[in-house]
Design a protein around this ligand. Structure first.
Ligand SMILES: C[S@@+](CC[C@H](N)C(=O)[O-])C[C@H]1O[C@@H](n2cnc3c(N)ncnc32)[C@H](O)[C@@H]1O
Length: 256
């Protein structure tokens, strides 16, 4: 995440640093994707790219006996993850790493599983998938979520909203094609359920926005950011059928 420079960015972070997660997802979906990774060793070496405060990092550490390197470039998210790992007695198996996921310095071909929820698009999906392939040993698994269009004709306001953050967003088939180009064999994919948007993401986000509206009353720039976040949740309520978060599970092709 780029370092904050403006008041708007500070307010945005003041919302997101206090949320249980920074994008749609939930433990059940993480567990479902993990179960699709066949033949995974009981104690896999996992890297979680763009982990945020690490909701799914901690789920992976509790759902397996493995170790997780949790990568994010925003230090305060990792500080919260470290507190969460400590509370669960997982500090020996969860290693926060503050780094750009495009240049982690992690040893190539050293992971059984690369994980990423809602983050790979930030460095360009194809670029990111090539980096994931490089981190995995041949036959290793990749699981990631990505926003995809569900309709050819999404409403203009939805296109405008996603166009700002993710101008190259495609369809499920587009992502499957990128996976194939990057040397992955698809295993399966599924759509995140509605509760992964509302219970785990937008409901806490809207509660935090309400708190800050009181604390920041009179601060026009701050209120504009909070209005924008409420508008995004409302857009999802009205037009969530136009797009989805898809969970993809794939396997790095074995060499030779
Ligand atoms: C939408 S949030 C998802 C966070 C978390 N995976 C979740 O689902 O709750 C995307 C995360 O990617 C991180 N991020 C964005 N660009 C990054 C980069 N180049 N390197 C590392 N982390 C990055 C952000 O700081 C943020 O925590």
């Amino acid at each position: 995440m780029a370092e904050p420079s403006s008041r708007s960015w500070q307010v945005f972070l003041d919302v997101f640093e206090h949320l249980p997660r920074q994008g749609p997802g939930n433990r059940a979906s993480t567990a479902r994707a993990l179960a699709l990774c066949a033949d995974l060793t009981p104690a896999p070496a996992i890297v979680d790219l763009g982990c945020g405060v690490g909701a799914q990092t901690l789920d992976l550490a509790t759902l397996t006996d493995g170790s997780v390197v949790a990568v994010d470039d925003h230090g305060p998210f990792l500080e919260r993850l470290a507190v969460g790992a400590d509370a669960l007695g997982l500090t020996d198996r969860v290693r926060p790493l503050c780094a750009d996921m495009a240049a982690t310095g992690l040893r190539p071909a050293s992971f059984d599983l690369v994980w990423s929820e809602g983050a790979l698009y930030q460095i360009g999906l194809e670029n990111a998938l090539r980096i994931c392939a490089g981190l995995l040993h041949p036959g290793g698994h990749l699981a990631f979520t990505d926003a995809v269009w569900r309709r050819d004709d999404p409403p203009a306001e939805v296109r405008a909203c996603f166009g700002l953050d993710y101008p190259t967003m495609g369809t499920v088939d587009d992502d499957l094609a990128v996976l194939a180009r990057c040397g992955f064999e698809p295993v399966d994919h599924f759509t995140l359920p509605d509760e992964a948007w509302w219970q785990d993401f937008y409901t806490p986000m809207q509660a935090r926005v309400r708190e800050l509206r009181q604390a920041l009353a009179g601060d026009r720039e701050a209120l504009d950011v909070l209005d924008g976040l409420d508008a995004e949740a409302e857009l999802h309520r009205r037009h969530g059928d136009s797009y989805a978060y898809e969970f993809f599970v794939a396997r790095r092709a074995s060499d030779g």
